[in-house]
Design a protein around this ligand. Structure first.
Ligand code: PMP
Length: 398
């Protein structure tokens, strides 16, 4: 195998020093948390930022004029700039950041507050029919809302390659046409774990279509650069990127279509969540996204390779986890698999009896049928080679 495996040797000390910064991980040495795609654990810096904010000067944002209120307003504005910098925004003066409760809310707000204003009768949306439900339902809702106003819009399926689950950008070029106004994509698939090669999509859809990226499984795991990807929206969940639950953001560039300004009265923002998010992004940048990516891809590669040696298991999605500059789809931090006879739910119970926390169901995948369950192992920087090897040892015994 591949470069990523060798990368463990030089990252081991670095990883150990980061793992020690997660109190929930060090407090439970007999447990292995392998469900970070659902939500991540929080480093001490984030826990301290939360405490500091709540003890040092908790107030509402954008309302009062006393020091705690002013400081909170300034903190929220700084956090917006922090998100832009984190996403490598080359023109922060031309973009905006809106805090939301997570990817689900962010995508729905784009669909219902913005997309419905963009589209005209006969326009088309391209959407991923086998990604997370949160990245399909909003576009269908927008279509239905427009239909009630007498505006007919079509939602077209994003073509996929059989097997890997990756998008088929060659077929995409045949699907898009002059009426394609909006393309919804996922950066890293939440079941197959593949990087969906979204950097190839702009060329296929042309310069005018708006591209919206669900980055729930990439932000916090690998460098995400809006300039390189040439996308118009990036939506992510802070709680999957080491911040508190109830946090997330929509980054919107004003290059194609109207300004994104969600309608209605926003109410009080999740100030403590936003404080946690800004600190989480600082922590991730200091740790180094490139190294986090290398570590998690390395663990995922080891797990994939181990599973491929066990005849009773089927690994979903791409079978290899190649290095980043490969033209072949690479696996990020997620590996989903099933056993030929043992139900995935039962497998989840067996694994927890050995201390491994995994997710076993159909993972909110759009279009999933009742029999489509799998066990999903999802990794973050606090996970170790020993945890992956321990999990494989249990699976080998089955
Ligand atoms: N998109 C993807 C790819 C996801 O993995 C998830 C969470 N599993 C979501 C969207 C929804 O995120 P949230 O529940 O934080 O809104």
């Amino acid at each position: 195998m591949i470069e990523v495996e060798r990368s463990w040797e030089d990252l081991t000390d670095w990883q150990r020093s980061l793992r020690e910064q997660f109190p929930i991980i060090t407090a439970h040495p007999d447990l292995a948390y392998l469900d970070s795609a659902a939500t991540s654990q929080k480093p001490r810096a984030v826990l301290e930022a939360v405490r500091e904010y709540l003890v040092g000067g908790n107030a509402n944002a954008g309302r009062g004029t006393y020091p705690w209120a002013n400081a909170t307003t300034a903190m929220v504005e700084r956090a917006r700039e922090r998100v832009k910098a984190f996403l490598g925004d080359p023109e922060p003066g031309r973009s905006s950041v809106h805090f939301v409760s997570g990817t689900t809310e962010g995508l729905r707000r784009i669909a219902l507050d913005w997309l419905t204003e963009l589209l005209d009768d006969g326009d088309e949306i391209v959407a991923p029919f086998a990604d997370h439900q949160a990245n399909l339902s909003p576009w269908l809702e927008a279509r239905d809302a427009l239909a009630r106003r007498g505006v007919g819009v079509r939602v077209v399926e994003m073509p996929r390659q059989a097997g890997s689950g990756d998008y088929d950008t060659e077929a995409l070029a045949g699907v898009v046409g002059p009426r394609t106004r909006f393309v919804a994509l996922t950066h890293v698939h939440h079941v197959y774990g593949g990087d969906m090669n979204v950097h190839r999509v702009r060329e296929a859809v042309g310069p005018d279509a708006v591209v919206c990226l669900d980055a729930a499984q990439s932000v916090g795991h690998l460098p995400v650069s809006v300039a390189e990807l040439d996308v118009d929206f990036v939506v992510f969940s802070g709680h999957k990127a080491l911040a508190l639950p109830g946090t997330g953001a929509v980054w919107a560039r004003r290059a194609r279509g109207p300004r994104f300004s969600p309608s209605g009265w926003d109410g009080t923002p999740n100030t403590v969540g936003i404080a946690s998010l800004a600190t989480a992004l600082d922590w991730l940048d200091a740790a180094g996204l490139e190294r986090i990516d290398r570590w998690c891809a390395g663990l995922a590669a080891r797990l994939t390779e181990g599973l491929l040696e066990l005849a009773a298991f089927e690994v979903l999605g791409c079978q290899l986890s190649l290095a980043g500059d490969s033209p072949v789809q690479r696996r990020a931090s997620i590996v989903a698999f099933r056993h030929e006879r043992i139900d995935s739910g039962d497998l989840g119970f067996v694994l927890y009896s050995h201390g491994f926390m995994v997710r076993s169901d159909s993972h909110c995948q759009a279009g999933a049928e009742p029999g489509d369950g799998s066990v999903r192992v999802s990794l973050h920087v606090y996970n170790t080679v020993e945890e992956v090897d321990g999990l494989l040892a249990v699976l080998r015994e089955l």
